[in-house]
Design a binder for this molecule. Sequence first.
Ligand SMILES: [Zn+2]
Length: 142
Amino acid sequence: MPPAQKVAREFMRAAAGFRNTVKIISGSRTYAEQDALYAIGRTIQTNKSPVTKAKGGQSNHNFGLAWDVGIFEAAGRYMDGSKKGDEKAYADLAGLVKPVVANLEWGGDWTSFVDPPHYQLATGSKATAQVRALFESGQPMF
Ligand SMILES: [Zn+2]
């Protein structure tokens, strides 16, 4: 099993103990899909804020290492950050899973683009360019 899949499964097991329903809403993306996301808030849907800082080939979603979660209220509403309490739910979830899942990195801990729904296999000291080169050449990334 690829390391990211193992960590994602451990993540979901830990998240099952959260007070709200947690679902993985986005996993691996092609470079083209990443470019389309990058365009949001820049060249398309310019009324919105950018949703990613990464172009195709610059995101760990492109290498099968990352997943985004959605948290849902009991009544089914997707907690998308539009209501008070949404942000706290994502922080509380991280507080629950981080201590019990090894090799997990949370986008909420980032400083250049805080991304609370984002989790990924910790890539350690490897720069994205290094991970990309390994991915594109078919070599093990870890
Ligand atoms: Zn993400």
